[in-house]
Design a protein around this ligand. Sequence first.
Ligand code: BGP
Length: 480
Amino acid sequence: MTFRPDFLWGGATAANQCEGAWDKDGKGVSCSDICTGGKYGQSKMITPVLQEGTFYPSREAIDHYHRFKEDIALFAEMGFKVYRFSINWTRIFPNGDEAEPNEAGLKHYEEVIDECLKYGIEPLITISHYEVPFGLTKKCSAWVSRDMIGYFMNYCKAIFERYKGKVKYYLTFNEINCGTTATGSLLSQGILNDLENPTAFMKQPDNPQQRYQGLHHQFIASAKAVQLAHEIDPNVKVGNMMICGTAYPLTCNPDDVLKNQQYNRIMNYFCSDVQCRGAYPTYMNRYFAEHGITIEKQPGDDEILKAGTVDFLSFSYYMSSCQSADPSKQSGEGNIIGGVPNPYLETSDWGWQIDPKGLRYSLNELYDRYQMPLMVVENGLGAKDTIEEDGSINDDYRIDYLRQHIRQMAEAVKDGVDLMGYTPWGCIDLVSASTGEYAKRYGFIYVERYDDGTGDFSRRKKKSFDWYKKVIATNGEDLD
Ligand code: BGP
């Protein structure tokens, strides 16, 4: 058997992309709630002042808030061992800065957790997945301010205490390294400097000084959360979560190789170096100096980072890219991680380059570097699905994508990587984070909801549903 017997097969979602019920039971407004719908090639908009008559996909999303029992029953039918979901911070602290948590929010997630446990599914909770309270953006520019650490710790304390004994696995910040790019400003860090006018999501004004200071605060908050979780319940394991944007040098020209090394350091390693090793890597000193960035630290910060390293490393993996030192090489459109297209790879309908072997390569690189258990907590193919006349959805392209990636995970395990689990993204169709649309579907379960606001939210199994069920039942041995 290739995968360990307790391998955590499952699926992943995030509250802002699936729950809907955006203003129910005392929930406040999150940074995702001010984003409109968009589509490939047409950026969604950030509207700090909500606009009447505009389509905001997170308002209803796929109504998982009201239908979680039906959805978890379907996950159980596939044999899930784990369900990765996020708690929407604004259900627990609507503006982020209240003294007491909102009981209705705590109760809701307790019901979700209990429903998972009923089927023997481990809840894996992302504490912050693109759901920074917009109240904190307005109050203090969110993670730019050190006050955020206190607000975040109140939130962590409330959920760690409430779910003690029920939840074993937490992730602190989804794709924390998004904060190394301008695209992460709002969703990852809650930074929005113009609070009056709409801004295109794909063209957010960039302020690296703010982003890197924000990251420092997130590192401290994450380290403190790891310690607090262990104090409250020593059985809990806390992981970090990064977007794994593996890059290759476009050519063997040493200039490309160096460019690529630098890219990988900033994009892929910086945050994990801090969170897994407990200290800033030395290569950042030069980067900060050359980019005019000064990180304001307080006495004791270095000790906090050392004491709060994570128990495991988790990451999303969708694609890879190439780096070139030649400025005439154009960046690939749609590849959110940027970079030059790889001539050896195929590209999805949304411009993401499909690279299963890159997953094996990345798992090996990460394991060699950190020697800690790894978990692939997002992976999948965003694609258009069609309902056939007989009602079936034959998503062979998705099965093929997942099969190839699981094969490469198996190779990595044979290479010696300690892999804990796999939770493909959007195990049920949901709203896309980058484009804000329903049409980009990832699920094993189809949801009848469309970008024009029609659809009754009903669920139906795709062909991949039974395929994944068999994969889980055979612990990844039968991928046909
Ligand atoms: C990651 C996010 C998810 C998810 C996924 C797919 O970046 O953590 O929230 O959405 O990517 O991306 P998209 O929805 O843009 O296709």
